[in-house]
Design a protein around this ligand. Structure first.
Ligand SMILES: CC(C)(COP(=O)(O)OP(=O)(O)OC[C@H]1O[C@@H](n2cnc3c(N)ncnc32)[C@H](O)[C@@H]1OP(=O)(O)O)[C@@H](O)C(=O)NCCC(=O)NCCS
Length: 166
């Protein structure tokens, strides 16, 4: 699919909100199905420790990724976390998340000088785990009953990718 990547804008809030409150994203994250639009508007407010990219198919937002950095903490400034990657439901399995992850990894490996890139993923999210492994992330440990689900509690996996250049 021909799509482009750019940093998120404040105007993206309504389209992003629809993606971030859709059932598959709620299942794969800590998000709730009903959240005010203001939460997404606030999320997009400028923060020097946050990098937020969107993938566009024409003018439509089809994916989102958020990187949280620690630039104000000298001894952790070499580490960052992928807080969320999400693809619009009907655009899954077309390479959107891979492209967003690759763009973030490339930024971390070059301009941002991030050595340790980490993330947390639900144990049952085989799709996301396959993507992260393919991109060089390794499992670091499991957290039991980490997230409340519709039916009980779910375990989570901590993963990280070390860039040896930094
Ligand atoms: C997980 C998610 C981001 C994947 O997005 P996507 O755009 O469909 O992913 P891609 O098309 O880029 O696929 C990337 C990789 O995912 C894996 N993958 C994709 N579809 C898959 C499927 N049906 N089964 C197993 N693995 C699959 C493959 O490893 C694929 O690698 P490839 O590029 O070598 O084929 C998307 O399903 C989503 O938004 N889920 C809800 C939010 C979520 O769970 N985010 C992760 C939180 S940690």
């Amino acid at each position: 699919m021909p799509f482009t990547l750019r940093h998120a804008h404040q105007d993206d809030a309504p389209a992003l909100h629809a993606i971030l409150t859709s059932p598959h994203v709620v299942r794969g994250s800590m998000r709730l199905p009903f959240m005010p639009l203001k939460t997404t508007e606030d999320r997009l407010a400028h923060d020097r420790n946050r990098l937020q990219l969107v993938a566009l198919d024409g003018n439509s937002i089809v994916g989102f990724i958020e990187l949280l950095m620690n630039s104000g903490t000298p001894r952790a400034a070499h580490s960052a976390e992928v807080n969320l990657v999400a693809t619009r439901e009907e655009d899954q399995e077309k390479g959107v998340a891979r492209a967003l992850m690759e763009a973030i990894i490339a930024s971390c490996d070059t301009h941002l000088s991030i050595r340790r890139l980490s993330l947390i993923v639900w144990l049952d999210n085989t799709r996301a785990i396959a993507l992260y492994k393919a991109l060089g992330f390794q499992e670091e440990g499991r957290m039991l009953d980490f997230v409340r689900t519709e039916t009980g509690y779910g375990d989570a996996i901590m993963m990280a990718r070390i860039c040896k250049r930094h």
